[in-house]
Design a protein around this ligand. Structure first.
Ligand code: NAD
Length: 326
């Protein structure tokens, strides 16, 4: 493919690493019609991954949540196990690496790929925190490198952060963005790399303040979680904090006039973050075991979560369709 072309849906994508995230990417690309090669250093793991994918496609079909226009079988047939990394990336215009979050492993994988790819391939990492410049600094094709950081679970939380390295070619980010839109994800672009990217920086600032409020005995863990799930989180499912502010006053200027002073006063009271752990960690763990579930039952509780996320994703999709029709 010429680098600036829009990828068409009969082209091949290579997925390296067939764990949780690799499986999700494989399903997402297949749902849009791409041919997918999937490789894992553990041969047994790829077999397991394909079985999981089969089951997940079945569940999605039953719930009416299959993506794209292809049926379950057509989507499944687009995903093929590759026995070597070379087979996986051969003919691929886009490679999504999904190996564990360790710099040595990621560098090892990309070092191998770097020897065999074409000059116009896009090399994307699912990295959650490792900076693109750290992973790609020694690669010959480092100008084709980018991070495409998905949100878990990618099927129901479509956000992907695209983060270029300082040396990434200008066409890589827009081509990646249009590809991710084509498969139904919602890409956002960071103009430059920063530790934690954006999603985790915001998430960690929330966790930091939650920790302080429980540590200082202002609120219980259960009530703190309710502040998000029945308060802030309800509107954040549909709009971000800036739009929230815009609508909570008559625009941003009016919001600033009304609330900026108070917000700044409170923000300056936050102080240094507290390290997570210690007595507060034990207290939160105990409370969670009581109002969520014992640790042994978290798998069941994840299924509960995914069911709700799936229902919300369906509702959002229907409402978005309604918005564009009106
Ligand atoms: N799980 C999440 O919530 C989440 C969310 C966003 C991004 N990520 C990122 O996605 C990446 C993968 O995470 P995951 O949760 O799928 O991990 P995982 O442990 O479920 O899967 C990793 C897979 O990579 C394989 N692997 C290890 N070394 C390899 C090698 N040299 N070559 C090929 N395969 C190899 C493993 O056998 C395993 O199957 C990480 O960078 C992670 O930070 C994870």
């Amino acid at each position: 493919m010429a680098a600036k072309d829009t990828p068409t849906s009969d082209m091949k994508v290579g997925i390296i690493g067939s764990g949780l995230i690799g499986q999700s990417w494989a399903m997402l690309f297949a749902s849009a019609g791409y041919q997918v090669g999937i490789y894992d250093v553990e041969i047994e793991q790829v077999k397991k991954a394909l079985q999981n994918i089969e089951q997940q496609l079945l569940d999605l079909e039953e719930q009416g949540l299959l993506r794209g226009n292809l049926n379950k079988q057509e989507q499944r047939e687009r995903i093929a196990a590759a026995s070597t990394i070379g087979d996986c990336v051969k003919g691929a215009f886009y490679i999504q690496e999904c190996v564990p979050e360790r710099l040595d492993i990621k560098k090892g994988v990309w070092g191998e790929v770097d020897k065999i790819v074409n000059v116009d391939v896009i090399m994307a990492s699912s990295s959650s925190s490792l900076l693109p410049s750290k992973i790609s600094d020694n690669l010959k094709h480092r100008n084709r490198f980018v991070v495409s950081h998905p949100t878990n679970p990618p099927f129901y939380a479509p956000l992907v952060e695209i983060i270029p390295a300082p040396w990434t070619d200008d066409d890589v980010v827009p081509t990646t963005k249009s590809l991710l839109e084509r498969i139904g994800q919602v890409p956002v672009v960071l103009k430059k790399e920063i530790d934690g990217f954006v999603l985790n920086r915001i998430q960690y600032s929330i966790i930091g303040e939650a920790w302080r409020l429980i540590n200082d005995d202002i609120i219980s863990a259960e009530d703190l979680d309710k502040v998000m799930s029945t308060g802030l989180g309800v509107r954040y499912a549909f709009m971000g904090p800036l739009e929230t502010a815009y609508l909570n006053a008559d625009g941003m200027k009016s919001y600033i006039e009304r609330y900026a002073e108070m917000i700044y006063r409170i923000q300056t009271s936050f102080g240094q973050p507290l390290p997570m752990g210690g007595k507060t960690g034990d207290k939160i763990q105990k409370e969670l075991e009581s109002y969520v579930c014992p640790v042994e039952r978290v798998t069941e509780r994840r299924q509960w979560r995914d069911k709700r996320l799936a229902a919300l994703a369906k509702l959002k999709k229907e409402m978005d369709k309604g918005d564009s029709a009106s």
